[in-house]
Ligand binder design. Structure first.
Ligand code: IPM
Ligand code: MG
Length: 356
């Protein structure tokens, strides 16, 4: 059966990396039909909107969406609802891709690229499950209003019990396939919406008696992540806390340039994108690390296309390349006599393809 993929390069290093990732997929020799779509800044330029209907329609038809990154300084001063990021949020919402899986796994050969001491991160393997289509990102009312020459900005953090329940089920389920431990992160000491979060997660726990559940406030979770990250197995949290904690967790693994993600809906369709952004400051210079997007393609093969073996092959190839000391700039060790060699975006992708 042909798998239908919508590839959306997007902006900045997203557009730079995507062709290399498609080369990697091509090298697998599988039956893939790849269509291309526009989103973000490039879509604003070409279609006057960050999320063209053509992209939306193609995404609904596809088995999976593979996405580079969106955004850039050129569009930062547009009104909020016309910015590139709005296109990404609109795509997530339109596909109902509520379950965002962000694994933070340390490749052994990168232990000395982490900002923490190697012994604190060796063997690190955390999965952050972030709710992606609700919470303060989407809550109404929202806005900036003016009255009497003064301005007031406001957003609404809101979760319905059903939204919490479905993400909790995904997280308990995944915990069952891993270390059997789930940490739910909230701010239930201050925010009612997260008191409900805690209550619902606790109720769902009744259906997963074999999973060990604990609740941690978000400030403490941030602290524990940089103090002793290996205490975590699966973390489940809302949209905003998940955004913040996943960047912190990513950095533990050496670089934001390493971390893939999957955003799944109830039908198994997914959006696969790196956790990093469009990095306009380094775009077009052949220095971006393509591994996060390559690893996102592996997650796509595993979670939406049921191609476990191909996913394993990509991950093994990435591991082999790192073992051989091949590094993009972001994962170069501080210690200059380490036996490694710095390469650009294209050479990194070439190395992965050779290792396949
Ligand atoms: C992420 C990004 C996005 C988010 C931005 C680009 C809208 O930071 O995927 O983590 O906040 O969700
Ligand atoms: Mg983020």
């Amino acid at each position: 059966m042909t798998h239908r993929i919508l590839a959306i390069p997007g902006d900045g290093i997203g557009a730079e990396v995507m062709p290399h990732v498609l080369r990697v997929l091509d090298a697998l020799g599988m039956d893939l039909s790849v269509e291309s779509g526009t989103l973000g800044g490039v879509a604003i330029e070409e279609h006057g909107t960050p999320l063209p209907t053509s992209t939306l329609d193609a995404a609904r038809e596809a088995d999976a969406v593979l996405l580079g990154a969106v955004g850039g300084p050129k569009w930062d001063n547009l009104p909020m609802d016309r910015r590139p990021e709005k296109g990404l949020l609109g795509l997530r919402a339109a596909l109902d891709a509520f379950a965002n899986l962000r694994p933070a796994m340390l490749f052994e050969s990168l232990a000395n690229a982490s900002s923490l001491r190697p012994e604190l991160v060796a063997g690190l393997d955390i999965l952050i499950v972030r709710e992606l289509t609700g919470g303060i990102y989407f809550g109404e009312p929202r806005g900036i209003e003016s009255a009497n020459g003064r301005r007031r900005g406001y957003n609404t953090d809101v979760y319905a019990d059903g939204e919490i329940e479905r993400i909790a089920r995904v997280a308990f389920d995944l915990a069952g396939k891993r270390g059997g431990r789930l940490t739910s992160v909230d701010k239930a000491n201050v925010l009612e919406v997260t008191q409900l979060w805690r209550d619902v997660v606790t109720e769902v726990h009744a259906d997963f008696p074999n999973i060990e559940l604990n609740h941690v406030y978000v400030d403490n979770a941030a602290m524990q992540l940089v103090r002793a990250p290996k205490q975590f197995d699966v973390i489940v949290t809302g949209n905003l806390f998940g955004d913040i904690l996943s960047d912190a967790a990513a950095m533990l693994t050496g670089s934001l340039g390493m971390l893939p993600s999957a955003s799944l809906n109830a039908k198994g369709q997914g959006i696969y994108e790196p956790v990093h952004g469009s990095a306009p400051d380094i775009a077009g210079r052949n220095v971006a690390n393509p591994l996060a997007t390559i690893l996102s393609a592996a997650m796509m093969l595993r979670y939406s296309l049921g191609e476990e073996t191909a996913a394993d092959r990509i991950e093994a190839a990435v591991n082999a390349v790192l073992e051989r000391g091949i590094r993009t700039a972001d994962i170069m060790p501080a210690d200059s006599d380490a036996d490694v060699c710095q390469v650009g975006t294209d050479e990194m992708a070439d190395a992965v393809i050779a290792a396949l």
